[in-house]
Ligand binder design. Structure first.
Ligand SMILES: CC(=O)N[C@H]1[C@@H](OP(=O)(O)OP(=O)(O)OC[C@H]2O[C@@H](n3ccc(=O)[nH]c3=O)[C@H](O)[C@@H]2O)O[C@H](CO)[C@@H](O)[C@@H]1O
Ligand SMILES: C=C(OP(=O)(O)O)C(=O)O
Length: 434
C-alpha cells in the first residue's frame, strides 16, 4: 500500500537520537558474504528496503538467511550457486552491482541485472568494468544483464579516472581472492569503503590502505565467516543534525563517529549553529537564524553529495544568499522544485543552485523524487509553518529505517498515513454523467 508523510511543522526538535547502521556499507557487506562460503553474522544492519532486498537476493542465490529485530543477520553462503542473474529485485537498487565483484571472486563467473538506484544523474559503470577487466574478467552487458567471466583473476594496478565509491568497492571484492596483488589508485576514501575493507579483513582478506587514495589487496586462497558490526550511518546522522538546526532545536545525535561528520560540522559552525563533539555523539543547537554559506560537494572528506539536498533546505531560510555547487551528480536538485512550492527562493544554473534565504517556508503538498530529496523534504516540512504532505515516500524507506519514529521521539509532529491518490501514470476514470 502506498503511504505518505503528513508533517505539522514549526516544532523545535529536542532530545537524543541514536543513528542506525550505514546503508552504503551494509549494501556492500551483504553481497561480500558470498566470498566466504561460510556463515557470517552481520550486526547493526538498518532495517531499510535496500537491505531487505539484498537479503532476499542472497536467499534466491541459495544462501540461508535470518534477520532479527535488532538488525542482526546470520547469512550462510555455503549453498550459494552460480546464477544466470535473472533476479528482478536486483533492478530496484544501485548496490546490486556488488554481486558482480563477489560472484566473480567466488565462481570466476557472475551475472546480475544492471542496477537501479536513485535517478540523480548519469550513473555509468565504466570504471567497474575497467577494474574488473584489468583483473582478467571478460565483462559485458547482454539482455539487461551485467555479466563477467574469468579464466583466472590476477591482481593488477587499476587507476580510477574518477573517484568512485562503487568501483573501488567492487574491485576490492573481486581482488580479495585473486592471484597476487591489486592496487587501486585514486580510490574512494568514504567511511563505508573503509568499513567494507575491514569486513573483508575480518573474513581473512589482506586489504591495506583503505581510507587513503591507494588501496592494496593481496589475494588469498580462501575467506572464512566472521561476526561484524556495521558502522553508523554518516548520512542519517547528518540528516538528523540538519533537521535539528533547521527547526532551531537542540539534539544530541548519538552513535556517530564524529570525524565522519567533519565536513558538515564545519559548515554548521560557519552558519552560526553550535556543534558540541562527544566521544560518539554530536550535540547540535541552534537558537538563531543561520548565516549563509557556500557548499561544494566532493568525494570524502569533502562535503557529501548525499547531504547536499537536506543542507540546501536548511539554507533556504538562512540569512543571505548561499551558493551550492553539486559536483558529483548533475541531477541532484530535483527537491528544489518542491521547496519552491513551500516558498523557497532558489535559482539553478546547471550544477549551481543560488539560494536566497527567505524568512520562512510554508507547508505544501510535495513529492519525493529520490531518497535524499525525500529526506530534504522531511526537513522542509519540519521547519515550515503549517502542514506538509510528502508523497512517493517509498524512496525514503530505501535508506532510512522508519525515520518518523526517531523524529516523533524528538518532538516532531509527523505521521505515516495511507496515500489514496492515484500514481501520475495510473489510468484515470472520470464519470461526468449526471
Ligand atoms: C550504494 C552507494 O554506496 N551509493 C553511494 C555511491 O554511489 P555510486 O557508487 O553510484 O557513486 P560513485 O562514487 O561511483 O560516483 C561518483 C561519480 O563517479 C561517476 N562514475 C562512477 C562509476 C563509474 O563507473 N563511472 C563514473 O563516471 C558517477 O557518475 C559520479 O559522478 O556513492 C555516491 C557518491 O558518494 C553516493 O551518492 C551514493 O549514495
Ligand atoms: C544515492 C543514494 O543511493 P543509491 O546509490 O543506492 O541510489 C543515496 O544513498 O543517497
Amino acid at each position: 500500500m502506498k503511504e505518505k508523510f503528513v508533517i505539522r511543522g514549526g516544532k523545535a526538535l529536542r532530545g537524543s537520537v541514536s543513528v542506525g547502521g550505514a546503508k552504503n556499507a551494509a549494501v556492500a557487506i551483504l553481497p561480500a558474504t558470498i566470498l566466504a562460503e561460510d556463515v557470517c553474522t552481520i550486526e547493526n544492519l538498518p532495517r531499510i528496503d535496500d537491505v531487505l532486498i539484498l537479503l532476499n537476493i542472497l536467499q534466491q542465490m541459495g544462501a540461508k538467511v535470518s534477520l532479527d529485530e535488532e538488525g542482526t543477520a546470520t547469512i550462510d553462503t555455503t549453498g550459494v550457486r552460480r546464477t544466470d542473474g535473472k533476479i528482478n529485485l536486483a533492478k530496484r537498487l544501485r548496490a546490486s552491482y556488488y554481486f558482480v565483484g563477489a560472484l566473480l571472486g567466488r565462481f570466476s563467473d557472475a551475472a546480475i541485472y544492471l542496477p537501479g538506484g536513485c535517478a540523480i544523474g548519469r550513473r555509468p559503470i565504466d570504471l567497474h568494468i575497467k577494474g574488473l577487466s584489468a583483473l582478467g574478467a571478460n565483462v559485458h552487458i547482454e539482455n539487461g544483464l551485467l555479466m563477467a567471466k574469468a579464466e583466472e583473476l590476477v591482481g593488477k594496478d587499476v587507476y580510477l579516472d574518477q573517484v568512485s565509491v562503487g568501483a573501488t568497492i567492487n574491485i576490492m571484492l573481486a581482488a580479495a581472492k585473486a592471484q597476487g596483488t591489486t592496487t587501486i589508485v585514486n580510490a574512494a576514501k568514504e567511511p563505508h569503503v573503509v568499513d567494507v575493507a575491514n569486513f573483508l579483513n575480518c573474513m581473512g582478506a589482506k586489504v591495506k590502505g583503505a581510507g587513503t587514495d591507494i588501496i592494496k589487496v593481496r589475494g588469498v586462497e580462501k575467506l572464512h565467516g566472521c561476526s561484524y558490526s556495521v558502522i553508523p550511518d554518516q548520512i542519517e546522522a547528518g540528516t538528523l543534525m540538519i533537521a535539528a538546526a533547521a527547526t532551531r532545536g537542540d539534539v544530541t545525535v548519538q552513535n556517530v563517529i564524529p570525524t565522519h561528520m567533519d565536513a558538515l560540522t564545519a559548515k554548521l559552525l560557519e552558519m552560526g549553529v553550535e556543534v558540541e563533539e562527544g566521544d560518539d555523539s554530536l550535540r547540535v543547537r541552534c537558537t538563531k537564524r543561520p548565516r549563509r554559506v557556500s557548499i561544494k560537494t566532493l568525494p570524502y572528506p569533502g562535503f557529501p553529495t548525499d547531504l547536499q539536498q537536506p543542507a540546501t533546505v536548511l539554507l533556504s531560510t538562512a540569512e543571505g544568499t548561499s551558493v551550492i555547487v553539486e559536483n558529483i551528480f548533475e541531477s541532484r536538485f530535483k527537491h528544489i522544485d518542491e521547496i519552491r512550492r513551500m516558498g523557497a527562493n532558489v535559482t539553478i544554473d546547471d550544477r549551481v543552485a543560488v539560494v536566497e534565504g527567505v524568512e520562512k517556508l510554508t507547508g505544501a503538498p510535495v513529492r519525493a523524487s529520490d531518497l535524499r530529496a525525500g529526506a530534504a523534504l522531511i526537513v522542509a516540512g519540519l521547519m515550515a509553518d503549517g502542514v506538509t504532505e510528502i508523497t512517493n515516500i517509498k524512496y525514503i524507506d530505501r535508506g532510512y529505517d522508519h525515520i518518523e519514529k526517531k523524529l516523533i521521539a524528538l518532538g516532531a509532529d509527523i505521521s505515516r498515513v495511507p496515500d489514496e491518490e492515484p500514481e501520475d501514470d495510473e489510468e484515470l476514470h472520470f464519470d461526468f454523467s449526471k
